[in-house]
Write a protein that binds this ligand. Structure first.
Ligand SMILES: Cc1cc2nc3c(=O)[nH]c(=O)nc-3n(C[C@H](O)[C@H](O)[C@H](O)COP(=O)(O)O)c2cc1C
Length: 202
């Protein structure tokens, strides 16, 4: 394990359940892989831009001359994409917001899902280029989505698994921090998730 990329999304600082569980996982990973570089990317501190016309052209053009002239506009996406490609393990610690992922995480995804870098079209299909990587998702939510009537409302884990699979990351484990808004579950949610983190196959 050479590099671990840990992405935190919640803006709630010390009150954040997903950040708290990410701390537990970071400590375990540091113990297990003391020589690995742990890259922490905090999407609440760093406001990534939404794709505009020029960035979109810069990161999707297949014309080398145009790519050269738009190099500057592609720089942030290049940096984030390289960081992902250089990592052996990706950790995404995120809240569920309005049944999906926060826009800050979607902005990161839009910058790293790149034709020619993390995927390419081949033989009428798609080839993921972010090979030989694992991912761990830490997902905090107010309700419960792993079972029961709200399960079909979960657009976080299915989406993240699908988009990671699209770029070639298919070995994905998830720890849910569920019931943060339910009085009967809230107190136990983080300790339960911390225990699940201790039991992850790493
Ligand atoms: C803007 C916003 C939207 C939310 N939407 C949902 C939701 O759709 N479903 C849900 O179960 N919880 C929802 N919650 C609750 C959070 O998922 C919950 O508080 C979780 O602990 C947030 O993660 P964090 O503690 O790491 O910030 C929402 C919270 C906020 C602030």
């Amino acid at each position: 394990m050479k590099q671990i990329l840990m992405i935190r999304v919640s803006p709630r600082g010390k009150d954040s359940a997903s950040r708290s569980v990410a701390d537990t996982l970071a400590a375990r990973l540091t113990d297990l892989y003391p020589s690995a570089k742990l890259v922490q990317r905090d999407l609440a501190a760093e406001h990534l831009p939404h794709l505009d016309d020029i960035t979109l052209r810069a990161i999707s053009t297949q014309d080398p001359a145009e790519a050269e002239s738009l190099k500057e506009a592609a720089r942030q996406s290049d940096r984030l994409t390289e960081e992902l490609l250089e990592s052996d393990l990706l950790v995404i610690a995120t809240p569920m917001w309005n049944f999906g992922i926060p826009a800050a995480l979607k902005a990161w995804i839009d910058l790293v899902v790149r034709p020619g870098k993390t995927f390419r079209y081949a033989d009428g299909g798609v080839l993921g280029l972010a090979k030989d990587k694992k991912a761990i998702l830490l997902v905090a939510s107010g309700g419960v989505f792993t079972e029961g009537p709200w399960r079909p409302w979960d657009f976080v884990e299915p989406y993240l698994r699908q988009i990671l699979g699209f770029i070639g990351i298919v070995d994905v484990q998830t720890v849910r921090v569920e019931g943060m808004n339910l009085p009967q579950l809230a107190a136990d949610a983080v300790p339960k998730a911390n225990k699940a983190v201790e039991e992850l196959a790493l």
